[in-house]
Design a protein around this ligand. Structure first.
Ligand code: MLT
Length: 410
């Protein structure tokens, strides 16, 4: 019989979001009349912006003709999209990134997991806690951890708590780590990192020959001044950081799938013998071996996100979700709940009332308000006692959610 990868057996229960979906569907089966509002997974609800839809329709028409048909495209992405990314996401902010440092893909979730292929087993990995569970689970699958303890923390990972007690600022480790995951604006807490904080991390990475995986999937939601949009706005970051970006949350591509990863050409890692190697070459090799490129139609749609109409429509979409976040935040605050995030991110992170645990509060909210959120402890031990609400929904549902939430407290 074939041997399995036993590291998978170390994984805790199900992946967080399928586990929530399982509990919700059990509830719905038992209560078929319940009109459940889902603010759990951060999945967009509004349709694709018209400029993107048009570009995708046109691309489908191209595919329908021999003369304009496209087969395999460049694995790294079409030049029209990589150039638009450079110009709009980087050059416009004074950041130097070249088109060949960009690798277009079908999602940041996949990229943040896949990147581990090119790193050795014995790297010590640091993650903030709470954290997007993919970072942890993919390291467990890759065999870079031991078993989980009673709090769900895996042996071998360096956990860095980010809670209200430290103002959600991750402390620089007092040990040597090799790979560091940072996500800003942060999922799940909705908080942001200042330039000074990121500079400390970049300096730490330089001093310790570490690499930062910087997940910037929610960058479009930054509203406040002086919040860095890219890790490359920080001095020295190009020699220590890989950045992940996505079209999911800004342009509504959660179902359409398109993202990109920036791997600077300066970035190096080393072999067991201490020989330096370029990460870019390794990732290019991995990407072009295991991936055949995002589809032409989807990349055409993504490129339209940078057209004048596309930018305006995406701006409206992001503002719409941010207004939802404001309604959630203010509605809950008025009811006496302690709330974080929701200003530069589509997530509101709250302290559970009456010291209930995150899962207790999940069950209570589902039962009393028919409202689904995400238990903070599902994102890590330091998320215990917190709860996340996503602002991705219709205005009507967000307003109803606030009303039901507040009523359920009484
Ligand atoms: C979330 O809810 O945390 C996100 O939707 C997950 C994801 O982007 O994969």
């Amino acid at each position: 019989m074939a041997r399995i990868n036993e590291h998978f057996l170390k994984l805790q229960a199900g992946y967080l979001f399928p586990e929530i979906a399982r509990r919700v569907s059990a509830f719905c089966e038992a209560n078929p009349e319940a009109d459940v509002i889902r603010l759990g997974i951060g999945d967009v609800t509004e349709p694709l912006p018209p400029a993107i839809v048009k570009a995708m329709h046109d691309a489908v028409d191209e595919m329908a003709n021999r003369e304009s048909f496209h087969g395999y495209g460049p694995e790294q992405g079409y030049a029209f999209l990589r150039d638009a990314i450079v110009e709009n996401d980087y050059q416009s902010r004074g950041v130097e990134v070249s088109a060949d440092e960009i690798f277009v893909s079908d999602g940041s979730k996949c990229d943040t997991g896949n990147i581990l292929d090119i790193f050795g087993q014995d790297n010590r990995v640091a993650i903030t806690d709470p954290v997007y569970p993919v970072y942890v689970d993919t390291n467990v699958m890759a065999g870079r951890t031991g078993n989980a303890d009673d709090n769900g923390r895996y042996e071998g990972l360096a956990y860095i708590p980010v809670t209200a007690e430290n103002d959600f600022v991750p402390a620089i480790p007092d040990e040597k780590v090799d790979l560091i995951y940072l996500c800003y604006p942060n999922n799940p807490t909705g908080t942001v990192a200042s330039k000074e904080t990121l500079q400390q991390w970049v300096d730490y990475a330089k001093q310790n020959d570490a690499i930062i995986f910087y997940d910037a999937a929610y960058v479009a939601f930054i509203t406040e001044e002086n919040v860095p949009h890219s890790i490359y706005e920080i001095d020295g970051a190009k020699s220590v950081a890989i950045e992940f970006r996505s079209f999911s949350k800004n342009a509504g591509f959660t179902g359409t799938r398109c993202a990109f990863t920036v791997v600077p050409k300066d970035l190096k890692g080393k072999t067991v013998n201490g020989e330096e190697k370029f990460i870019h070459a390794l990732w290019n090799r991995r990407h072009s071996t295991k991936f055949n490129g995002a589809s032409y139609v989807v990349q055409k749609g993504a490129a339209a996100a940078y057209s004048e109409d596309g930018k305006k429509q995406i701006g409206d979409l992001v503002s719409f979700y941010l207004e939802n976040a404001r309604l959630l935040r203010e509605g809950l605050e008025e009811a006496g709940i302690t709330v974080f995030g929701g200003v530069n991110a589509p997530y509101v992170w709250l302290k559970t009332p009456d010291e209930s645990t995150s899962w207790e509060f999940f069950d209570q909210l589902l039962k009393k308000a028919h409202l689904v959120g995400t238990p903070g402890s599902g994102f890590g031990a330091s998320g215990e006692g917190y709860f996340r609400l996503s602002a991705f929904n219709s205005r009507e549902k967000i307003e109803a959610a606030v009303e039901r939430f507040v009523k359920s407290l009484g």
